[in-house]
Design a protein around this ligand. Structure first.
Ligand code: ANZ
Ligand code: ZN
Length: 833
């Protein structure tokens, strides 16, 4: 009979069809099995996928298949984060409507996912740009609005004067418009915000619930929220006596204040200078500083710049009169927008004071050497002893922090406060390709939410994409003109659309009832399936997407729609695949396309290579030769099994009894069980696919070394059983990684598909115990001890064990080991002086 070929093209097509047909990935709502919700971050349909993207979906698929075999009722679904700027840019450039562009990309990407053998419950597919989805994104907006968590205020946007358009942050390149290169300015527009700041403390506290998250990501979340404990100290304006609160974390430096600096946006600024000779100069400066943009202003390397307002404030602790400046490095959005300047102990203030020749006053001394203001090269920011600080002199500054705080609070000059770096979430986009914000403006009745019954507010199809001042929606009369839901008079619709992060902040709830036309999600179902058991995605989403999803989940929980506070129980962030030292990208031209590789070697080869390339949470360098290595391994596996094709059915199965086995068979049986244990542990402890695969590869080497014969005698049959057990184990262990070839070979070995309906193998506890022998330990050829060790322990390992043995170590004390001689299986002799 002709040997079967490893015809991966046919095999992969066959099994992809089979899984689809039998509904392998269909989550069973009625199942009694324990649920497992496996979620990959839903992709943005940007075009075609490269192998770097593949890592994400392949890892998700491995997790889902593994959990299936572990006996779970697995939910694994996919959708499309389909609104956003690239589609709109494509429309501006190429004239294709964003809807068409998006649809085509989804089609191409779906095909690629299929070709990788990545399985999903496709009936749950969702697309965020479809009205049946964004209707509910709008519903979420309404819920936030009703609960005073959505509000409108003026805020700065990036504005390109020459294109006359608003730019997203990513369209601003080094302060200039990405399209025309003219300098970008800041402009104030009325915009919508979500009040995430109200949840800052909860978002911080509940990081403790994120047990299965990487520490690094938890730290990033905490830093982004940025809780700061400090005090608001009221300085008084010299003339009016009005309070000017300054937020500081260092009240111990209060005696060292030599100026106050205001944010250029600070409302008190105009009042201070109005009618003075500086008015124009200061306002011009403020305008310039604002146009630098927030990011630039806070960057460490940015030059600290400012201007004196001509006015003074009074330091409440010592009545010092200090000049009030305006400075680019003070932000209106943080603290109170006014900072007490302490150049001796704050580096930014130090640079500022040096530049403008302001007084530097030391109030904390290191203790060992004495600092002098005239010779300081940088601010002294460490702890020390208070000086020039009135009654607080001589006190450690760490103590003075409390003492001065108490003193100020007692005198009513300050209030202890907590400040968060987290800003409210600006969700308005002056863009077309997003979910319209469901708000109506009536001249008579004011701002009104669109009634729920009128959702969705449909995005009109026919719009002009040429960039101009506002959202392209502004010019679509049929969209903007509407009827007031209250007085039925004529009214206008909001023309801004929502940030796409709103779409992605709740999609994991929609997979549970993707087609429900009357609710965004069904409380009972989401409470059953969530939190997500394993979330998988790129670390680039470690801050915003995760924070927004956590926020929306908390809001919905507080409103009684959900009974869980955190959406994602475990998080896995995979590393990037690097090519020629850089992240794969079209513009760099270093993209590896999966299609060519699949044609040449098959999807399983590509999957195996991607999973074997390195620890999955780390970046890894792509190497074409590695692909060939993976392919060779699969060919070996194939060959090994088809070589004995006729015997799997002919030789009846029997239970393996360890004691009846030949020594070689016993060893292989033990190695097989040890491999099960190792692979299972690798899967359970944060998905070490690469080491799991390495141990299976090692097992195949052991099988090769075993030299199973074509069985002609009872003894040889016994060996064959052990061989068969090893090969079946290899297939079961490899099935999540390389599912097609394993299904095929599983069938070749006489089983009915699907291998994913078989339980994950358990190891035989007795079989993994290694056979032990007793070895003699000598020192200078005199017997000192006897040790029991595994029979096939390596020489190095044996030496290590012997030298670490307590008894032996005792004998060796004070002596020098000259040599260690090992007689395998018998003795170790240590030669000492
Ligand atoms: C005086 C002082 C002296 C300060 C000193 C620091 C060191 P964190 O820890 O990040 O919360 N600050 C306050 N509001 C600001 C704003 N709107 N823009 C820029 N800087 C602002 O930082 C708190 C410190 O940042 C505050 O404490 C204040 O400077 C500054 F030796 O006050 B500090
Ligand atoms: Zn009205």
């Amino acid at each position: 009979m002709a040997k079967r070929e490893y015809n991966f093209i046919d095999i992969e097509g066959k099994w992809q069809g089979f899984w689809e047909g039998c509904g392998l990935f269909r989550a069973d709502e009625a199942s009694k099995k324990e649920k497992f919700y496996c979620l990959v971050m839903f992709p943005y349909p940007s075009g075609t996928l490269h192998v770097g993207h593949g890592r994400n979906y392949i890892i998700g698929d491995v997790v889902a298949r593994y959990k299936m075999m572990k006996g779970h009722n697995v939910l694994s679904a996919i959708g499309w984060d389909a609104f956003g700027l690239p589609a709109e840019n494509a429309a501006i450039k190429g004239g294709t409507h964003p809807a068409i562009w998006t649809k085509n990309n989804i089609k191409a990407m779906k095909r690629q996912l299929h070709r990788w053998g990545v399985g999903y419950d496709w009936e749950r597919e969702i697309t965020s740009c479809n009205p049946d989805y964004y209707q509910w994104t709008q519903w979420i907006f309404l819920k936030l609005y009703e609960n005073n968590l959505a509000y409108k205020k003026k805020a700065a946007v990036n504005w390109c004067p020459s294109c006359a358009t608003v730019l997203a942050n990513e369209q601003v390149v080094e302060g200039c418009c990405e399209r025309c290169d003219s300098p970008v300015r800041q402009r104030d527009l009325e915009q919508w915000f979500f009040r995430i700041s109200q949840y800052a403390q909860k978002l911080l506290d509940d990081i403790s619930l994120l047990e299965g998250w990487p520490e690094r990501v938890k730290t990033m979340q905490a830093n982004w929220i940025g809780r700061s404990e400090g005090i608001r100290i009221d300085f008084k304006l010299e003339n009016s006596g009005r309070a000017l609160p300054c937020f500081t974390t260092r009240p111990d430096t209060l005696y060292g204040v030599t100026f106050i600096s205001l944010a250029p946006e600070h409302p008190v600024l105009r009042e201070l200078i109005s009618g003075t000779s500086q008015e124009k100069a200061v306002m011009d400066f403020a305008e310039r500083a604002r146009n630098q943009g927030m990011v630039e202003r806070t960057a460490e390397g940015t030059e600290k710049e400012g201007m004196f307002t001509g006015k003074y404030a009074i330091n409440p602790i010592n009545n010092d009169k200090v000049p009030i400046w305006v400075a680019n490095y003070v932000l209106m959005e943080y603290g109170t927008g006014a900072v007490m300047g302490v150049p001796a102990h704050d580096q930014r203030d130090f640079l500022f004071a040096k530049k403008y020749n302001l007084l530097i006053k030391i109030v904390i001394q290191p203790g060992d050497n004495e600092l002098h203001a005239g010779t300081m090269k940088e601010a002294y920011i460490d702890d020390g002893i208070q000086v020039n600080s009135g009654n607080f002199d001589g006190m450690p500054n760490t103590e003075a922090i409390n003492k001065i705080t108490i003193h100020l609070e007692f005198k009513g000059l300050g209030t202890k406060t907590v400040t968060y770096r987290l800003r409210d979430w600006l969700i308005s986009r002056q863009r077309y390709w997003g979910a319209p914000i469901p708000i109506i403006y009536c001249e008579k009745c004011g701002t009104l939410p669109v009634p729920e019954s009128q959702l969705p507010v449909i995005l009109p199809e026919a719009v002009e994409f040429k960039p101009h001042g506002m959202s392209p929606l502004a010019e679509v009369d049929s969209f903007t003109n509407t009827v007031c839901p209250k007085c039925s008079g004529t009214a206008r619709r909001e023309i801004d659309t929502m940030d796409t992060f709103v779409d992605s902040s709740w999609y994991f709830l929609r997979y549970l009832s993707p087609k429900d036309s009357s609710h965004p999600f069904v409380t009972k179902k989401v409470n059953k399936w969530l939190p997500v058991d394993q979330y998988i995605g790129g670390v680039e989403h470690a801050i915003l997407h995760l924070l927004y999803s956590r926020f929306i989940t908390k809001v919905l929980c507080d409103l009684g729609y959900l009974d869980f506070k955190e959406p994602f129980r475990h998080l896995f962030t995979q590393g990037m695949i690097i090519k020629e030292g850089a992240k794969m990208s079209k513009s760099r031209g270093n993209v590896v396309s999966p299609d060519i590789l699949i044609d040449k070697y098959g999807a399983d080869t590509q999957r195996l290579y991607i999973l074997f390339i390195g620890p999955p949470q780390k970046d890894a360098e792509w190497n074409d030769r590695g692909v060939i290595g993976a392919h060779r391994f699969l060919n070996r596996l194939w060959q090994k099994i088809v070589d004995y094709e006729d015997f799997y059915i002919r030789i009846q199965r029997v239970d393996i009894v360890i004691n009846n086995l030949s020594p070689a068979a016993k060893t292989l049986y033990r190695q097989t069980n040890q491999t099960i244990r190792k692979v299972t542990e690798d899967m359970e402890t944060s998905w070490h696919f690469n080491t799991a695969i390495a141990s299976v590869m090692e097992l195949l080497n052991h099988v090769d070394a075993f030299h199973v014969a074509i069985p002609t005698s009872a003894a040889e049959e016994l060996d064959f059983h052990v061989f068969r057990h090893s090969m079946e184990t290899i297939l079961l262990l490899m099935a999540p990684f390389t599912p097609h070839i394993c299904e095929e070979l599983w069938e070749v070995m006489g089983h009915k598909p699907s291998i994913f309906q078989k339980p994950w193998p358990a190891y035989d506890k007795d079989a993994i115990l290694e056979e032990v022998i007793e070895i003699v330990v000598q020192i200078n050829s005199k017997v000192k001890s006897r040790l029991s060790v595994p029979v096939d322990m390596s020489e190095d390992e044996l030496k290590r064990i012997v030298l670490n043995d307590e008894r032996i170590a005792g004998f060796l004390q004070g002596k020098k080991v000259i040599n260690t001689i090992v007689v395998p299986g018998k003795l170790v002799n240590i030669v000492v002086k």
